[in-house]
Write a protein that binds this ligand. Structure first.
Ligand code: PMP
Length: 297
């Protein structure tokens, strides 16, 4: 594999980052998770803009324009001939002395784009079975401590949640905020449907997922009313349908939560209509990053 690192695409063996990098020392960095399908990337600009907003909040200066970052992402895909996969742009505050005192003077950021093959998700799960979810006891870091819209290199809160989910034997975890309202999955947003109305928590206690935004924007064409509103476990347990959304996940039905059957216990019709609409818009609006695709564009 070839990795983009600080302006160059190099073989992965040569993509080395210093132990003094503050991303390594303190998780002081930001990242994105981007998928490429058939040589095309959906909502690339939105992902890159979210990366820049995350960096801006942490006062990490990215030494590339947004267009140059998009090129670096495309270049990484092309260097690997990777038409289907996952691309991880990551920017850290860079190399500095030990101690967060050093943060003050650090300007030499580390910029990488890491490619990875994407695990194929079993569509039978999506269409016929759904996943077993668990409401986790680990609460999401509150926005007063760290704004959830910052997609930063500190995922410990979500990793603790994931560990708890695995211990319980569930396929998926749902995190609450410190007030007991539904926040999000460990790497997905959460939606529920009741009486034909789609609901999801507002982005003040959850990462404002790009798939989440797309799902909300598709609601009129799917013919469903959509609301962003605070949800509790009650709303999940009593919903007709619950699903999770994310760039890698797309949409996946959560048909059991804490051992309780949700709705019919099978992937629901509204979820499947949104999944179909999402896949359609991904096909229609993804931007080609390979030259031959450019020609046909
Ligand atoms: N929440 C968290 C914590 C995530 O890591 C992700 C994945 N980026 C999501 C939600 C879903 O966001 P998106 O649709 O932008 O992938």
């Amino acid at each position: 594999m070839f990795v983009y690192l600080n302006g160059q695409v190099v073989p992965e063996e040569e993509a080395r980052v210093s132990v003094w990098d503050h991303g390594f020392l303190y998780g002081d960095g930001v990242f994105e998770g981007i998928r490429i399908d058939d040589g095309r990337i959906f909502r690339l600009r939105e992902h890159v803009e979210r990366l820049y907003r995350s960096a801006h909040m942490l006062r990490i200066r990215i030494p590339l324009t947004i267009e140059e970052m998009e090129d670096a992402i495309g270049e990484t895909a092309r260097a690997n001939g990777m038409r289907d996969g996952y691309l991880r742009p990551i920017v850290t505050r860079g190399i500095g002395a030990l101690g967060i005192e050093a943060t003050k003077d650090m300007t030499d950021t580390t910029v990488a784009v890491i490619p990875q093959a994407r695990r194929k998700f079993d569509d039978r799960v999506r269409f016929e079975v759904g996943l077993k979810a668990k409401v986790l006891s680990v609460r999401r870091t509150p926005p007063e401590s760290l704004d959830p819209r910052i997609k930063c290199c500190n995922y410990l809160n979500h990793i603790l949640g994931k560990l708890e989910q695995w211990d319980s034997g569930a396929d998926s975890g749902i995190m609450l905020d410190i007030h007991g309202r539904v926040s999000e999955g460990t790497a997905e947003n959460v939606f529920c449907v009741r009486n034909g109305v789609l609901m999801t928590p507002p982005p003040d206690n959850t990462l404002d997922g790009i798939t989440r935004q797309t799902v909300l924007s598709l609601a009129p064409s799917v013919g469903v009313e959509a609301n962003e509103r605070a949800l509790t476990v009650y709303d999940l347990y009593t919903a007709d349908e619950v699903f999770a959304s994310g760039t890698l996940t797309e949409l996946v039905p959560l048909t059991t939560i804490d051992g309780r059957q949700i709705g019919t216990g099978r992937p629901g019709p509204v979820t499947l209509r949104f999944l179909e609409a999402l896949r359609q818009v991904m096909r229609d609006e993804a931007v080609p990053v390979f030259a031959e695709a450019d020609a046909s564009w």
